[in-house]
Every structure is written in C-alpha cells, then in structure tokens.
Design a protein around this ligand. Structure first.
Ligand code: 13P
Length: 252
C-alpha cells in the first residue's frame, strides 16, 4: 500500500520569531508513524528548521530550486544540489504560483524535476487547472499536458521517485476546497494515465491533494482511494492544525 504524505508549504511566510514558535509547536505534536511528513519553509530558514526538527519525523524540503543542478552564475537561485547538501529530502517543482507569477513553463519545470532527481531529492510535481480551465472542461487536458512533459522525459518510474500534487488553482488560498469526489476524480484520472504506461509503477506513485486543506476537511479527502495525502499551505502555519491534518492521514 502507498504511504500517505502530508506536506506543509509555508510559502513566503515567517520571521525568525514566528518560525521559532511554529517549530516549537511542531515539536510538541504527536506525529503518526504511518505517514510521510514534510515542511517546506522559505529557503532562508531551511537550515534552522533542519536543526530544530532533527529527531522529529518531519522531513524538510525546498519550495523551488534552480533549473540547473550544477553550480553557476544564477544570481538569487538555490540549486537542488545545495538543498540536498544541507539535508533537504524534497523540493516542490511547478507550484502554480511559480508558473503564474514567475513564468515557469513546463520546460523549466521539467529541468527542475531533472535537477532534483539528479541530486537525490524527491521532487513534488504540482499540477492543476484554473477555474476558467475547469469551467471550460479542460481539466484533464491541462493536467495531462503538465504530466506528459515529465512522463516523456522520465517515465512513470521517474515520476514515482517523486510525488504528484494535484492543486486546482481555484482552491489555493481561497478557502474553496475541491469536494472529495471532485478531487478523487482528477486523482483517478492521473493514475489511469500513468497506468496506461506502466500499471505497476502507477500504483506506487503518491498523488497528494492541495488547495485549502484544513483539519476539518482532511480526513474526508484522504479517505478517497487515490488521494495519498495533502500539500497544505495556510493551515501548515499553525502547528496544531498541521498536526491534526497529519493525524487525520494516520487514521485513514
Ligand atoms: P492553501 O492550503 O493555503 O490553499 O495552499 C495550498 C498550496 O498552494 C500548497 O502548496
């Protein structure tokens, strides 16, 4: 059976003080031992989080990485190799905010995915449609294209070394959550696409849901057969809420 993953994306939130109190709260949680757990802090605080979370079951991940793994003249960027060097286990690639606000194309996302794999990081490939695209009936096509770029390059086996995060753009930070059935439909579609290429590997790929996951909707989402956990934004900034979401994953 696939293990569930509950990951927190802190986005560009936090100060030294608030990060410290969040870490203190996280260190007081009763974590389930049957769930993979990860937080992705702003890069500046990664090292501090790694130190403070040592001995806890939480992995630490980056929110993005450079499109090239090798050192180079890329001012402002952080490489997958550097994330790995300090002790990260995961990195998000292709988050919708990176795609829409920073112009990340599928080709850039493919390079970042490659850099992460080359450095031994587990890339969390974020995919998802906008409300306009959903209303136009284009969800399968949009998500299919975002996946295809990665599948063409790395196959299902390559994807299985990472994680897929289905994050409908209309549900991110809006308080609008996809209904469990609605999310399950897309997760099942994603798995079916993978299964057409390699059924055995497709059953191993963790596909997590992101978009306004909270303690009170997590269990219903995670109970769906193809929803293997969550990528949590806002609610991951509250240790008790994030702990409750992780424990919900532990119960399903
Ligand atoms: P929210 O949980 O705040 O909607 O954010 C989801 C997200 O973008 C996680 O990567």
């Amino acid at each position: 059976m696939r293990r569930l993953l509950v990951a927190g994306n802190w986005k560009m939130h936090g100060t030294r003080q608030s990060v410290d109190s969040l870490l203190e709260g996280l260190n007081q949680q009763d974590w389930p031992d049957n769930v993979d757990l990860m937080v992705a802090p702003p890069a500046l605080y990664i090292q501090h989080c790694l130190e403070r979370l040592a001995g806890s079951p939480l992995y630490v991940g980056g929110q993005s990485c450079a499109y090239q793994a090798e050192p180079g003249a890329l001012t402002g960027e952080i490489s997958a190799a550097q994330l790995r060097d300090v002790g990260c286990e995961f990195v998000l690639v292709g988050h919708s905010e990176r795609r829409s606000l920073f112009g990340e194309t599928d080709e850039v996302v493919r390079k970042k995915f490659a850099a992460a794999l080359a450095c031994g990081l587990r890339p969390v490939l974020c995919v998802g449609e906008t409300l306009e695209q959903r209303d136009a009936g284009q969800t399968a096509e949009v998500v299919g294209t975002q996946l295809k770029v990665i599948l063409d390059a790395f196959g299902v086996g390559g994807l299985a070394q990472g994680v897929v995060a289905y994050e409908p753009v209309w549900a991110i930070g809006t308080g609008l959550t996809a209904e469990p059935d609605q999310a399950q439909d897309v997760h099942a579609m994603i798995r079916a696409r993978l299964a057409m290429l390699d059924d055995e590997q497709a059953q191993l790929v963790q596909i997590v849901y992101g978009g306004s996951v909270k303690a009170d909707n997590a269990e219903a989402l995670f109970a769906m057969p193809d929803i293997d956990g969550g990528l949590v934004g806002g609610a991951s900034l509250n240790a008790d809420e994030f702990g409750a979401i992780a424990r919900a994953a532990g119960r399903v």
